[in-house]
Design a protein around this ligand. Structure first.
Ligand SMILES: Cc1cc2nc3c(=O)[nH]c(=O)nc-3n(C[C@H](O)[C@H](O)[C@H](O)COP(=O)(O)OP(=O)(O)OC[C@H]3O[C@@H](n4cnc5c(N)ncnc54)[C@H](O)[C@@H]3O)c2cc1C
Length: 341
């Protein structure tokens, strides 16, 4: 969606950093804490306040939780119409609050909801949006937000600025930024902005919420990840990956090639179009190390690569490399791990 550029603004009227929080059925999404961590750093650099915006219905518990983090303001919009996520109403409420309070930076999580909501808000406000950022900095020279994201299929990193419009808006990939730590004192002010009831109507009618009860793999919080790629050659290869992950107490990841081959569900995919992870230990088995895969795992503390090709790019970034056939090496690792238990 292309935003209609707002020509009549005075940039100096805009101040402060906002994080649009995401909560679902009373549970705060991890990305909100990551955005608070990053937002705090940005706000401190420009010497401005950090506010977190929370929308929903009966959300006092979420507000209480947010009060424990280092934010200056909690902007709380608590209305029955916001009980279930609705793009129209959520975007209208955020748009109206941005127009009233004029933040200079607004951050969303690049989650399914954030990716749906942020473009609508940017179009309504009339400003730009940089999607899927992996790094945010403040330009020392002029205080502008430098928004970096992969471009051209991840082959280069582009840094984007929003020079003429405000707010500067980004979505940020979950799992990339460090989560904020709780602060020792609660100093946040709770603000409840006026919302015109005319904007609380939508063309979309909420019928029913269907909860996906399939167990989801939690790659983002995993301390150990064992990932398999096209080098496994068959879907059965994941049984071996599963066994190694199990014996190490880790979870199973995958490259996109393995997912696209239909060997494993997309929820296991690590990388630019999958999940970004930063475990203590990442074991890449039969994965070449394409830039789009590295974009999702290169922040892991220790990387071990098993690959039969000594020239595979993954060996350039790993801490420990094992050249050889994964079908010989993984069973040995499993035996070793079992004997050390
Ligand atoms: C826009 C875009 C987004 C993308 N997003 C992602 C993403 O999120 N995640 C992702 O992973 N990719 C992504 N890709 C795809 C990426 O470019 C690569 O194609 C993919 O990562 C390759 O997966 P692979 O390493 O499993 O397969 P390959 O590149 O085919 O590598 C297989 C490796 O297995 C090794 N091997 C073979 N047999 C054995 C054996 N017996 N023992 C040990 N090693 C063996 C080979 O030497 C080889 O290095 C994206 C691409 C694009 C264009």
């Amino acid at each position: 969606m292309r935003a209609k550029v707002n020509q009549d603004i005075n940039i100096s009227d805009y101040s402060g950093v906002w994080v649009i929080s995401e909560q679902n059925m009373g549970k705060l999404h991890n990305v909100t804490l990551e955005l608070i961590g990053e937002g705090r750093k940005l706000a401190d650099k420009i010497n401005k306040e950090l506010s977190v915006v929370v929308l929903g219905y009966k959300i006092s518990e979420i507000v209480k939780l947010l009060e424990e983090y280092p934010v200056n303001n909690i902007i709380c919009i608590d209305r029955p119409e916001l009980e279930n996520y609705n793009t129209d109403i959520y975007a209208s409420c955020i748009n109206s609050t941005i127009k009233d309070m004029k933040p200079e930076i607004v951050l969303f999580g690049a989650t399914s909801i954030g990716r749906d909501l942020a473009p609508r808000v940017s179009a309504k406000v009339g400003t730009g949006l940089t999607a899927d950022c992996t790094s945010l900095e403040i330009d020392e020279a002029d205080g502008k937000l430098l928004q970096t994201r992969p471009a051209f299929g991840g082959n280069l990193m582009a840094t984007i600025i929003c020079p003429k419009n405000r707010p500067q808006m980004s979505t940020v990939r979950p799992g990339v930024m460090q989560k904020a730590l709780k602060s020792s004192e609660k100093t946040a002010k709770v603000i409840t902005p006026e919302i015109d009831s005319k904007i609380l109507v939508s063309k979309v009618i909420f019928e029913n919420l269907v909860v996906n009860d399939k167990p989801r793999v939690n790659l983002q919080d995993a301390k150990i990840i064992v990932s398999g790629g096209r080098g496994l050659k068959t879907p059965e290869g994941f049984k071996l990956i599963d066994e190694l992950a199990d014996v190490l107490g880790g979870v199973v990841g995958a490259s996109r090639a393995a997912v696209d081959s239909g060997w494993i569900d997309h929820s296991h995919q690590v990388g630019q179009t999958g999940t970004t992870v930063r475990p203590d230990l990442y074991i890449a088995c039969g994965i070449s190390g394409a830039i789009q895969h590295l974009a999702g795992m290169s922040e892991s503390k220790t990387i071990v690569a098993i690959n039969s090709d000594p020239n595979a790019p993954i060996f350039k970034i790993c801490d420990y490399g094992i050249v050889g056939d994964l079908y010989k090496i993984i069973p040995e690792l499993i035996d070793l791990a079992k004997s050390n238990k």
